[in-house]
Design a protein around this ligand. Structure first.
Ligand SMILES: C[S@@+](CC[C@H](N)C(=O)[O-])C[C@H]1O[C@@H](n2cnc3c(N)ncnc32)[C@H](O)[C@@H]1O
Length: 383
């Protein structure tokens, strides 16, 4: 089986690297924010779903059809759905829905593709299986996922409508919280590992420290969401195998591992929220939180790596105070023992200019997105 995974645009290559590292074969996929993994067994798919930290959603690919960018494509799509093996996965008690993403110029909208797929599935089910499946677009039991570009890729979604960047532990919502998948990508690029100390000096609701703690103790990214995967409702993958894999993985969590992770923020409200989140994420004893301005952080000499998501002055604060915090950050980095600083920020040139004044050197620059904001992941080292 082939699996199509989605992630934040710009970090596909990291997801690909992670999958290759686990011994999987990836194949090109012509969409930003997607990675295709080839020839997977059911066990391998379930393992990826539970343990991979960088994906948002995943579908098993069932159909691939060439599009001519003509209105007659809609008939092609209809027949592909009508003859698809997806029909065999439905039953009279299961509802289904279709979600389509489209890229490029086509003489039709993604909603039209979705409705032709839906019509094909209903007619195919009626003729081949003898019943009319129920449609539910808001909360379907089986979700048909489709990506349209030069070809139409059609499959069955395994995660659901809510992506895995929602880990399921968040109680306190920060107005500019970072996605956990992006937090994981930043930590990965920082080289953080055993025996090292990580600090997020602007931790807000604690996303980066919590993700780092989960990585350190080996708690699976889907730990808190293992019961709400959509495939459990349609039974398209084995529940028994899922429970075996999740159980085995959970057995390997090192709950007693000592971690050196710090989170600080000048807002007391956010730090209280970060503590609530860390408790809900079961790692409150692995992280030390402080309410302080980053220049007043007391443990700066024990830090190896700084990972953060500074304010942009877009969703909160203003550009002037965001720039002031950025300058403070690079001065503190220069004075600290840390050798690496990784961050995500939309204005790479501005950050680089500040970095140069404090003797930091841009070592890696990756164009990515933070939701709809075009941003850059940057890694700085000391010169
Ligand atoms: C974009 S938010 C971080 C969100 C966080 N990554 C999360 O997922 O919740 C930036 C945070 O930086 C904090 N901040 C800004 N300037 C600061 C400074 N000079 N010292 C400490 N915290 C600061 C703000 O209070 C805010 O919570």
């Amino acid at each position: 089986m082939d699996l199509v995974l989605s992630t934040e645009r710009g970090i596909e290559w990291l997801l690909e690297e992670e999958l290759k590292g686990a011994g999987h074969k990836t194949a090109p996929f012509p969409f930003l924010g997607r990675v295709r993994v080839a020839d997977l067994t059911e066990r391998q798919i379930l393992k990826i779903l539970y343990t991979n930290p960088l994906y948002h959603k995943a579908y098993i690919l069932f159909e691939e059809v060439k599009l001519e960018k003509h209105r007659r494509d809609l008939d092609t799509v209809y027949w592909a759905a009508r003859n698809s093996p997806i029909i065999d996965l439905l039953s009279p008690s299961l509802s289904f829905g279709v979600k389509c993403n489209r890229k490029g110029h086509h003489p039709y909208q993604s909603q039209e593709i979705a409705s032709y797929i839906g019509a094909g599935i209903i007619d195919g089910c009626r003729t081949k299986r003898g019943f009319r499946p129920k449609v539910n677009l808001k909360d379907p039991d089986l979700l048909v996922a489709a990506d349209a570009f030069e070809k139409l890729y059609m499959g069955v979604e395994l995660v659901g409508l809510e992506g895995m960047h929602h880990r399921g532990w968040r109680i306190y919502n920060h107005p500019a919280a970072l996605k956990s998948t992006l937090a994981n990508a930043l930590i990965r690029l920082s080289g953080y590992g055993d025996g090292m100390c990580l600090w997020d000096p602007m931790c807000g609701s604690g996303t980066i420290p919590i993700e780092a703690a989960h990585r350190q103790i080996g708690l699976a990214p889907a730990f808190f969401r293992k019961k709400d995967f959509l495939f459990l409702r349609s039974h398209i993958l084995s529940r028994e195998l899922w429970s075996e894999i999740t159980h085995q993985t959970d057995e390997e969590i090192n709950w007693h591992k000592g971690c050196c992770i710090f989170g600080s923020d000048r807002s007391e409200k956010h730090i209280k929220g970060a503590l609530i989140n860390a408790e809900s994420a079961l790692v409150e004893r692995k992280i030390r939180f402080y309410t302080c301005s980053l220049s007043e952080f007391p443990d700066v000499q024990s830090i190896d790596t700084i990972v953060c998501n500074p304010p942009y002055g877009i969703r909160m604060g203003n550009p002037k105070s965001a720039l002031k915090s950025l300058k403070e950050l690079f001065i503190t980095f220069a004075e600290s023992k840390a050798q690496v600083l990784v961050m995500i920020h939309p204005r790479a040139e501005q950050v680089q200019a500040v970095a140069e004044t404090t003797g930091s050197h841009l070592d890696k620059l990756i164009k990515a997105y933070n939701g709809n904001v075009e941003a850059f992941i940057m890694r700085f080292v000391k010169t």
